[in-house]
Design a protein around this ligand. Structure first.
Ligand SMILES: Cc1cc2nc3c(=O)[nH]c(=O)nc-3n(C[C@H](O)[C@H](O)[C@H](O)COP(=O)(O)OP(=O)(O)OC[C@H]3O[C@@H](n4cnc5c(N)ncnc54)[C@H](O)[C@@H]3O)c2cc1C
Length: 235
């Protein structure tokens, strides 16, 4: 059940010009039980200088449920609204208040079907929690970013793919430089050309609206049942 938590910032890493990985240590209560793929709601206080009122922003928990006393979020601050400004201003040792766990639509169904995870941008966050949760079977991840400089966590997923035979992944750039040797384009076309057994797969989509609508429409056109497509829209 969702509850109000007090946390402190234990680590803040700038992964790319717009992406921050923030680690929160739980203070009260000292641990949290949640399912991989769930969210937390950041309670962002009003500016002490007056002006902007307090706001809430939803963030996926990017750490696995086994990490009960530390929560990780990955935040794209390019919108530069109140949530982004709050994260940019966070310092190690700061206190934060969140409500968690919330959501859970992306938590994997306990079926034998292949799990196809499809993310754009920080839509990768819930999938990192899922992938570092021990309880997964046959999984493939498709992650779409724009440019080479947007890439982070590649080494983590490469290591996972090397050490776990039932996991593979595709990093796809839509606007790479000519020197990029990897996959190019949009996630939709890569999913459709690589995945041959659509009916025996479940699809978990997370990220921007255009990608989610595009993938869902193409899968439905291929007669994939709607209940085999789960999605979480970030913006
Ligand atoms: C279920 C859920 C989980 C989420 N998890 C994450 C997460 O793990 N990491 C994360 O970075 N964000 C996540 N978000 C988005 C996040 O809650 C905020 O919307 C985002 O950080 C912008 O907040 P803001 O106050 O800076 O800007 P706002 O003032 O709220 O937004 C300004 C505008 O930017 C748009 N926008 C929001 N995010 C983006 C983006 N990434 N790129 C371009 N435009 C955007 C908004 O739709 C709005 O039009 C999640 C959203 C939802 C609904």
């Amino acid at each position: 059940m969702a509850q109000k938590l007090t946390l402190t910032v234990s680590q803040k890493i700038q992964l790319t010009p717009n992406i921050y990985e923030v680690h929160f240590q739980l203070v009260d209560p000292p641990t949290l039980d949640f399912k991989a793929g769930q969210n937390m709601m950041l309670m962002i206080p009003a500016s002490p200088a007056g002006g902007a009122p307090g706001v809430n922003r939803t963030m996926s928990i990017a750490s696995p449920p086994s990490m009960k006393s530390d929560l990780v979020m990955v935040h794209d601050v390019s919108p530069m609204g109140p949530g982004s400004k709050w994260t940019i201003g966070l310092k190690v040792g700061d206190t934060a208040t969140v409500v968690a766990p919330t959501g859970g639509v992306l938590s994997l169904l306990p079926t034998e079907k292949k799990k196809v995870l499809i993310a754009t941008g920080t839509g990768i966050a819930p999938f990192r929690s899922i992938l570092f949760d021990a309880r997964y079977a046959n999984i493939v991840l498709y992650w779409g970013l724009r440019h080479e400089e947007d890439i982070y966590w590649k080494a983590e997923f490469d290591t996972l793919a090397k050490t776990q035979s039932h996991f593979s992944w595709h990093l796809i750039l839509s606007k790479p430089t000519p020197t990029w040797q990897g996959e190019v384009g949009h996630v939709t076309e890569h999913v459709l050309s690589n995945e041959k057994d659509l009916m025996n797969s479940e699809f978990y989509l997370c990220g921007n609206k255009a990608m989610i609508e595009d993938v869902r429409m193409k899968l439905l056109e291929q007669n994939v049942p709607n209940e085999q497509i789960k999605s979480e829209l970030f913006f």
